[in-house]
Design a protein around this ligand. Structure first.
Ligand code: HEC
Ligand code: HEC
Length: 474
C-alpha cells in the first residue's frame, strides 16, 4: 500500500502541475529563441550550448564530516532527512529512482546527509558555489558516468576507464592511447587541480572547457583519449529524448548544455569517497591511548583476519605485521622523507614535483600549462603529487604507469630515482645537492614501507555510488 502511495506522490510530483508551472514564466521571445536554436543546423556551434540559465532546485546533499557531532549518529553513508519515515537509510544501490520516490514521499526539501568516511576532511569547502550538490543532479550524473553515449563514436563510458572495480581507474589495459595512467577518482572532491599536470581547476572542467570542445576532434588533432575531450556531448544528449527530458527535469533548462552536463558529472564524482583506513583507526587509537608515534601497539588491536587479508598477509603473522607497520610508519614520516610531499590527511601537498619518473622522455608536465611569467625550473617534468589513500586498488603507479606494484614504487624511491637538473630538492642528497639521494633501505625496510602504504587504503566506496545504475541507458 505504502509503495503505491509513494508512487502516486511521485507521479504527481514529477508529471503533475509542476511541469506547467516550471515553464510558464518564460517569455515568448525566449521560447522562440530556443526553438530556433533547436531547429538550427546542429553542426553550428551556438553559445546556448555552453550555458542556459538554470533554476536552483532539488534535494540538497550535505556532507557530514567525522568532526561533526551528529556524525556518529548517522547509520549509513546516505541518510534520509526524516527518520519518522521508518526508513532512515537510503539504498541507492538498487534503483536510482527509488530515491526520488522516497524523497517525494517525504514531501521534504530537507537535505540528504552523506556520512563522510572517518579520516577524511570535510568536502564542503571544496564545493564550488555555482554547483551545490543535489540528489537529482547526482542521479543524472551517475547515469551519465556509466553510459556509453557520452563519448559519441568512441563508445566508452567514463566508467570504462574509471572502472569502479579497479578503484575508479584502469590497469593500463585498454586505453593506452591516453598515454597517461588513468587517475583514480577516489576522493577526487579534494582536488584543487585536475590531471597529472593540473591543467584544469575544477571537476566541472575535465570534459568541457569551452564551446569549441563541442566540436569532435578534427584531423591531425590529438586523440580525445589524450586531451580528455570527446566533443559533441550536447548534440548527442539533445538528440536522445530520454536525456533531453531529464535535463529539463533536473535543471529546468530546454536542452542539455555543457554547463549542466559538467555539473551533473561533478556532483556524482564528489561522492566517490573512501576513508576509515587501518592507518586512520590506528592513529585515533594512538591519540586516545597517548602512545608515542609510531608504535606497533597502535596497530595490533586492528589486525584481525580481514585487516591482514587486506594487507595481503597471512592471519598468523599479526605480531610481525604490527612491527613492520611501526617501521614503515616511522620511515614514511622520518628517514625516507615521503611526508615532505605526501602530507596531510590525503597524503599529498597539492603541489607538483619532478620526481625523475619522466626520465629523459619528452613530457614537460606542469611546466607546459603554466602561463608565461609563471614558469619555474622546478616544474620542468613535474607532476601532481597523488593521494596515497587507495593504492592497492589503483595500480599501476606513476603518471606513465611504470611501476607495477608498491614494492617497485618503494624500490624506485630507494635507489632508482632518475637524476636530472630539475629533480625535486627533497629527492637530492642533503650533503651533495648536485646529486640524487640514495636511501639505501634494507629489504625489511622496503617491505615495511610498502606495507605501510597498503595500510592507507580505505574501505570500499559505498555500493550505491560504485555499482552501475540498474536502469542503465545506453
Ligand atoms: C579513454 C579513457 C578515459 C575515459 C573514457 C575517461 N577518462 Fe577520465 N581520465 C583518463 C586519463 C588517462 C586521465 C589522466 C589524464 C591526464 O592526466 O592527462 C583521466 C583523468 C580524469 C580526471 C582527473 C582526476 C584527477 O585526479 O586529477 C577526472 C576527474 C576524470 N578523468 C573524469 C572523467 C569523466 C567524468 C569521464 C567521462 C565523461 C572520463 N573521465 C572518461 C582516462 C579516461
Ligand atoms: C618531492 C616530493 C615527493 C617525495 C619526497 C615523495 N613523493 Fe611520492 N610522488 C610524488 C609525485 C610528484 C608523484 C607523481 C610522480 C609521477 O607520476 O610522475 C609521486 C608518486 C608516488 C606514488 C604513486 C601513486 C600513484 O597513484 O601512482 C607513490 C605510491 C608514492 N609516490 C609514494 C612515495 C613514497 C613511499 C615516498 C617516500 C619514499 C615518496 N612517495 C616520496 C612526490 C613525492
Amino acid at each position: 500500500m505504502l509503495r503505491i502511495g509513494t508512487l502516486l506522490v511521485f507521479c504527481i510530483f514529477s508529471f503533475g502541475c509542476q511541469r506547467a508551472e516550471r515553464y510558464h514564466a518564460e517569455s515568448a521571445a525566449k521560447r522562440a529563441a530556443i526553438k530556433s536554436l533547436k531547429d538550427a543546423q546542429t553542426d553550428e556551434l551556438t553559445p546556448h550550448w555552453a550555458w542556459l540559465e538554470t533554476e536552483a532546485r532539488g534535494t540538497p546533499i550535505i556532507f557530514v564530516p567525522s568532526s561533526a557531532k551528529e556524525w556518529a549518529g548517522l547509520p549509513a553513508f546516505w541518510n534520509l532527512p526524516n527518520p519518522a519515515l521508518g526508513e532512515r537509510t537510503i539504498h541507492l544501490g538498487q534503483e536510482p529512482l527509488n530515491l526520488i520516490v522516497a524523497m517525494a514521499a517525504a514531501k521534504s526539501q530537507e537535505a540528504v546527509k552523506v556520512k563522510v568516511p572517518f579520516g577524511l576532511p570535510d568536502p564542503t569547502p571544496y564545493l564550488p558555489a555555482a554547483n551545490p550538490p543535489t540528489l537529482e543532479k547526482w542521479t543524472l550524473g551517475k547515469d551519465l558516468f556509466f553510459a556509453k553515449i557520452l563519448t559519441g563514436e568512441y563508445k566508452y563510458a567514463c566508467a570504462s576507464c574509471h572502472d569502479p572495480e579497479k578503484g575508479f581507474a584502469d590497469k593500463l589495459d585498454q586505453f593506452s592511447k591516453a598515454q597517461r595512467n588513468t587517475q583514480s577518482l577516489i576522493n577526487c572532491v579534494y582536488n584543487r587541480h585536475q590531471f597529472w599536470d593540473g591543467r584544469v581547476g575544477s571537476l566541472e572542467e575535465v570534459i568541457v572547457r569551452s564551446l569549441e570542445d563541442e566540436r569532435p576532434p578534427g584531423k591531425g588533432a590529438p586523440p580525445p583519449e589524450k586531451t580528455h575531450i570527446w566533443g559533441g556531448l550536447v548534440k548527442t544528449l539533445s538528440a536522445n529524448k530520454d536525456y533531453d527530458w531529464r535535463f529539463k527535469e533536473v535543471f529546468g533548462i530546454q536542452q542539455p548544455t555543457q554547463d549542466a552536463i559538467a555539473k551533473a558529472l561533478a556532483t556524482y564524482m564528489r561522492t566517490i569517497l573512501s576513508g576509515n583506513s587501518l592507518y586512520d583507526r590506528a592513529e585515533a587509537e594512538r591519540i586516545k591511548k597517548g602512545l608515542p608515534s609510531p608504535s606497533s601497539a597502535q596497530y595490533r588491536p586492528f589486525l584481525d583476519e580481514a585487516a591482514l587479508k587486506s594487507l595481503s598477509e597471512p592471519a598468523e603473522r599479526a605480531g610481525e605485521v604490527a612491527s613492520l607497520l611501526e617501521t614503515g610508519h616511522a620511515l614514511f614520516f622520518g628517514k625516507a622523507g615521503c611526508a615532505q610531499c605526501h602530507s596531510g590527511p590525503l597524503f599529498r601537498d597539492g603541489d607538483f614535483h619532478n620526481t625523475g619518473v619522466a626520465g629523459l622522455r619528452d613530457d614537460p608536465g606542469r611546466l607546459h600549462h603554466l602561463p608565461p611569467g609563471l614558469k619555474e625550473n622546478r616544474l620542468v617534468g613535474a607532476f601532481r603529487t597523488p593521494t596515497l589513500r587507495a593504492l592497492p586498488r589503483t595500480g599501476p603507479y606513476f603518471h606513465e604507469g611504470g611501476a607495477a606494484n608498491l614494492e617497485k614504487v618503494v624500490a624506485y624511491y630507494n635507489n632508482g630515482v632518475f637524476d636530472s637538473p630539475y629533480l625535486a630538492k627533497e629527492l637530492r642528497d642533503p650533503d651533495d645537492p648536485g646529486s640524487r639521494r640514495e636511501l639505501s633501505l634494507s629489504d625489511r625496510e622496503v617491505r615495511a614501507l610498502a606495507l605501510f602504504l597498503r595500510s592507507l587504503d580505505g574501505t570500499a566506496v559505498d555500493p550505491g555510488v560504485a555499482n552501475p545504475p540498474t536502469t542503465m541507458k545506453k
